[in-house]
Design a protein. Structure first.
Length: 318
């Protein structure tokens, strides 16, 4: 059985990367001085074995997915990542090798995204493996891009491609072929769109696409007191997703509600779109519009679709 204090000393302390705020993980708390001219942004996500990752997924990959899904929330707010707090509930079967693999994943992406471990907790459980991280980031004072700022007439703009996360889960479980593993990798290791920070200065609202494009557009619309319309034929797809969808409305709807894409969806005024696209540094696509009213509507070739669900909801599907 791996000892908690040995785990902290040998595996977790190096993840602080020498940050003085972490106090070498020798205390029950960290100290974070204020940063003049900036707001501190906090976000927290958890991953549960069998719900958010497969029991066969390598633990170094699980660790990296944990950081990346949280980083995606910071990316949507226009925040510069700083550090994180970590909680792990280890299974009885998790020994030193499993903990070491998990720590190696944290170290890899901690260096890649300039993150420091600031503290947390490690416990044991008789249930599935549960890991959680609270990420901290900085934005200039008053500069966080919220969900509730969309305005009637704004364009719905999304980065990258949609649907590969859902297809990747099907590939990982063997439900669909994934011969080169590219889609599975997209599901297991999403890319947080942190480079979008400059472009978000031109957006009224923003959210990451974790629950599904339709659901997350709906979150922005609801909190902004608006109605949203998404044209499914305009949703950007990878080559693999386009081949699978075959231009069929029901398959496009599946990709738009599947979740786990970790792209960013924004509300952008039409006159600011060119500036947004120029600053984004990656492909962005207009997929619809926010209007007065309420709810979210998915359309295909001008016809409204009745969707079985809008996307993922914790504890159920919506």
């Amino acid at each position: 059985m791996a000892d908690e204090f040995e785990t902290i000393a040998r595996l977790l302390r190096p993840l602080t990367r020498g940050a003085p705020e972490a106090l070498d993980l020798l205390d029950d708390a960290a100290v974070l001085p204020s940063r003049p001219g900036f707001d501190l942004i906090l976000t927290k996500d958890a991953l549960v074995e069998g719900v958010h990752f497969l029991s066969t997924d390598p633990l170094d990959v699980v660790a990296r997915k944990l950081l990346r899904t949280n980083l995606s929330d910071l990316a949507a707010k226009g925040a510069e990542p700083f550090g994180y707090l970590l909680a792990t509930a280890w299974r009885a079967s998790d020994g030193w090798a499993e903990r070491e693999a998990f720590a190696k994943g944290l170290a890899l992406d901690g260096a890649a995204f300039d993150l420091r471990l600031l503290g947390g907790d490690t416990v044991s459980t008789t249930g599935p493996l549960v890991v959680s991280a609270t990420l901290l980031g900085w934005v200039p004072t008053g500069g966080m891009v919220r969900r509730d700022g969309a305005k009637a007439g704004d364009l719905i703009v999304v980065t990258g491609t949609i649907g590969d996360g859902w297809l990747g889960l099907q590939g990982a479980t063997g439900a669909l072929p994934d011969p080169d593993g590219a889609l599975t990798t997209r599901y297991r290791l999403p890319t947080p769109r942190l480079s979008l920070r400059e472009a978000l200065a031109h957006a009224h609202a923003s959210a990451d696409v974790s629950d599904g494009l339709i659901a997350d557009v709906g979150h922005v619309a609801r909190t902004s007191g608006l109605r949203a319309t998404v044209d499914l034929e305009t949703v950007p797809l990878s080559f693999a997703a386009a081949v699978w969808a075959e231009g069929r409305a029901e398959r496009l709807a599946t990709l738009a509600t599947g979740g786990d894409d970790y792209e960013i969806v924004c509300a952008v005024a039409p006159e600011r779109f060119d500036a947004f696209a120029a600053a984004a540094g990656m492909p962005v696509t207009v997929v619809g519009r926010f209007e007065t009213g309420d709810g979210v509507e998915a359309r295909f070739q001008g016809q409204t679709l009745a969707l079985d669900r809008a996307g993922w909801r914790h504890g159920s599907q919506d």
